[in-house]
Design a protein around this ligand. Structure first.
Ligand SMILES: CSCC[C@H](NC=O)C(=O)N[C@@H](CO)C(=O)O
Length: 658
């Protein structure tokens, strides 16, 4: 039973979260997305709000039950573009600031995205899916007689990646680039051919655009090979700018037109490599790695208006931050605690936007507050200021669990492992609590100091929740994450057990009531752990990989996983695949185990869950399989499924708790 003053399921519908703030070029106005969840339709609603940099003039641009996003200011700041499904399907709109009027620019059958303004604010560049007639085989059978009720046509698949988690079965076609006048009219397609075009941006001359495309012979089987191209939009002339083996992404030309910044790495074909920042001189095409002295992955790059530095996003020790790097490679941290509008587990996320003068707007989270809007002035001694407090009343009336950070020394080697403990609301350290170790997926990602409704719901049910970043996690430099390249799971298991020991040693955890769970990569590590130890009273293995051989042949990223996560194809080294598969340890398992997976999970398909379930049953282990309806890999995508996930996990553990 959850105390009525504790943060619980239905409170989720009162939460409002800030996401994707976009600051106007003059730095005076911010448009941000406000996210909330609709109890009747079980889905996320997103509206646009406007607020001045000084926190005044706060009012809605849109309201209601449609969704809005992808806001992009014109360089002059007189209008902004966005996408919305307000008239049915997702289309491109422009809002004019002076007249406060909006017009739909498009009426496409496919959604436009990746919007970029021409430097003079007259045109918009965007990407859109263009379908292609399938060249696959036809059955050549007679047409049914009029009125006959024959079964519908078969689906014929000839693509290597034929379904995507969250997107369903893949339609034949490619993402292409278009331009359209900001005042509407017909859009013009700029790219063609059987390639996926992405990351479009304009050069300051308004005549050239940059983009990324993987033009390798069989791009499907050669993922991660995006290269940077430049195209003259008047003559159609195309030039490949990056020369080495990619992936290279997000090209952005400096406002003075002299340089191109982009992210990526020279591929070594392993699970994890550090994503670096590259700088190309546009005259002589010389390239240097600007971030050679920087130890974290670089993403979301934006040039400063004076072309002297580049802003970027990075994660460090489980904290998402904004950095700035000058053209000599000297970097500083500009803002911390970026956060997303997620209601699931405490993964990284969040975004920032910077004005021409260097004023910053970003989405800000802490361990106890969901994402709010923060700003930071351009002066070096400025302090971040929160402009919204959308959840103040809710969090005053509902208690959440306290979150405390800890570090442990690895029992294996010199690594230090970071973790967090959530204690239940009204925690009393003189009592003994059951503990749940909750393990993140990825595995190349990180948990951190971020508010997590999912883990708070568990804490409200009286459990101490422990989450950590074992080796393989990002945000601690390349060696820490790359340790598990072609070596997963391995000593990440020891890191998890070291963290468990640390928390048990604090004295308030009941040693006889330790539980373990995790999703995706966390499901791998949960199944691996119960094959190695009987320490945990019960386990929930959520959306796991159990058998790498079958996984790389059924997951939506088959060409990627088989090429980057293993040295050989499964049939070339089956022993390597089995060695790292939790199925190889199932004979040791004694722990009662629940499996829990979305019915439409195409990332870690249900067949992985089913194999483990049958193996546990054959072993005579107490096991149940929970198949979540209407869910892909992201179970927390719908509030009701998030509640079910927490409810099934905690009730399974309650069954075994003393
Ligand atoms: C272990 S197989 C790949 C699973 C997946 N990785 C990328 O999609 C995963 O672990 N997902 C995590 C977070 O990205 C999750 O918690 O779902």
């Amino acid at each position: 039973q959850v105390d009525e003053n504790h943060f619980d399921y239905m409170d989720l519908f009162d939460l409002q979260m800030v996401s994707n703030p976009e600051i106007s070029p003059d730095g005076n106005t911010i448009i941000y997305e406000r996210h909330q969840f609709d109890v009747m339709t079980d889905r996320r609603l997103v509206n646009l709000w406007q607020i001045s940099f000084d926190g005044k003039d706060h009012y809605p641009i849109t309201s209601g039950t449609k969704n809005y996003g992808n806001v992009s200011w014109s360089p002059q700041g007189d209008k902004f573009a966005f996408t919305s499904n307000q008239d049915g399907s997702n289309q491109l709109y422009v809002y004019w600031v002076k007249s406060k009027t909006t017009a739909a620019l498009t009426n496409f059958t496919e959604s436009p995205g990746n919007i970029s303004w021409s430097p003079d604010g007259s045109q918009l560049l965007f990407s859109k899916f263009v379908s292609e007639l399938s060249k696959a085989v036809k059955p050549g059978i007679p047409a049914p007689p009029t009125g006959a009720q024959w079964e519908k046509e078969a689906d014929v698949i000839d693509k290597a990646v034929y379904r995507r988690d969250g997107g369903g079965y893949v339609q034949d076609g490619y993402s292409h680039l278009f331009i359209i006048s900001a005042e509407g009219g017909t859009a013009r397609q700029l790219t063609s051919g059987s390639h996926q075009y992405g990351s479009p941006s304009w050069a300051p001359d308004g005549k050239h655009i940059l983009y990324t495309v993987n033009k390798s012979k069989n791009a499907e089987l050669d993922p991660n090979n995006e290269q940077i191209f430049q195209q003259n939009i008047i003559t159609g002339e195309v030039e490949q700018l990056s020369k080495e083996r990619g992936p290279f992404n997000s090209p952005k030309i400096s406002p003075d037109g002299k340089y191109i910044a982009y992210t990526g790495f020279k591929d070594r074909f392993v699970g994890y490599q550090l994503t670096q920042l590259y700088l190309m001189d546009r005259d002589n095409k010389q390239v240097e790695v600007l971030s050679n002295n920087f130890t974290q992955d670089i993403s979301s790059i934006t040039w400063s208006k004076d072309s002297k530095s580049i802003y970027f996003r990075f994660d460090e020790e489980g904290n998402s931050k904004v950095g700035n790097i000058d053209l000599k490679g000297n970097s500083t941290t500009v803002a911390e605690n970026l956060g997303s509008a997620s209601i699931g587990r405490p993964y990284g996320g969040g975004s920032y936007s910077v004005s021409d003068k260097g004023n910053l707007a970003f989405s800000h989270v802490t361990t106890s507050t969901p994402s709010e809007l923060a700003v930071l002035g351009r002066k070096s001694n400025s302090q971040p200021k929160l402009l919204t407090s959308l959840n103040e009343n809710l969090l005053k009336s509902k208690k959440t669990g306290n979150v405390e950070e800890f570090w442990v020394d690895s029992s294996v080697d010199g690594f230090k492992v970071q973790g967090w403990i959530i204690t239940p609301p009204n925690f009393d350290p003189s009592k003994k609590y059951p503990m749940i170790l909750e393990i993140h997926g990825g595995p190349y990602t990180n948990y951190g100091s971020r508010f997590s409704p999912e883990l708070q719901f568990i804490a409200s049910r009286g459990y101490v929740v422990v989450y950590t970043n074992p080796r393989g996690s990002t945000s601690y430099g390349e060696d820490f994450a790359a340790y598990i390249n072609h070596n997963y799971p391995s000593e990440d298991y020891n890191d998890l057990m070291d963290a468990t020991e640390y928390v048990v040693d604090q004295g308030y955890v009941d040693e006889n009531n330790l539980f373990i769970t995790g999703g995706s990569g966390g499901g791998v590590l949960t199944a691996w752990s119960i094959g190695k130890t009987d320490r945990f009273k019960a386990a929930v293995v959520a959306k796991p990989v159990i058998n790498w051989y079958s996984f790389v042949l059924t997951a939506d990223g088959s060409p990627f996983f088989s090429k980057y996560w293993f040295k050989d194809k499964p049939w070339e080294s089956p022993e390597d695949y089995l060695k790292y598969s939790p199925i190889s340890l199932v004979g040791n398992v004694k722990t009662p185990t629940m499996l829990l997976t979305g019915q439409e999970d195409y990332r870690t398909p249900m067949s992985e869950t089913e194999q483990y379930y049958s193996a546990l049953k054959l072993q005579g282990i107490d096991a149940v399989m929970v198949r979540i309806a209407g869910s892909g890999h992201g179970i927390a995508g719908k509030p009701s499924n998030l509640f079910r996930k927490v409810g099934y996990i905690t009730n399974w553990f309650n069954k075994y708790k003393d």
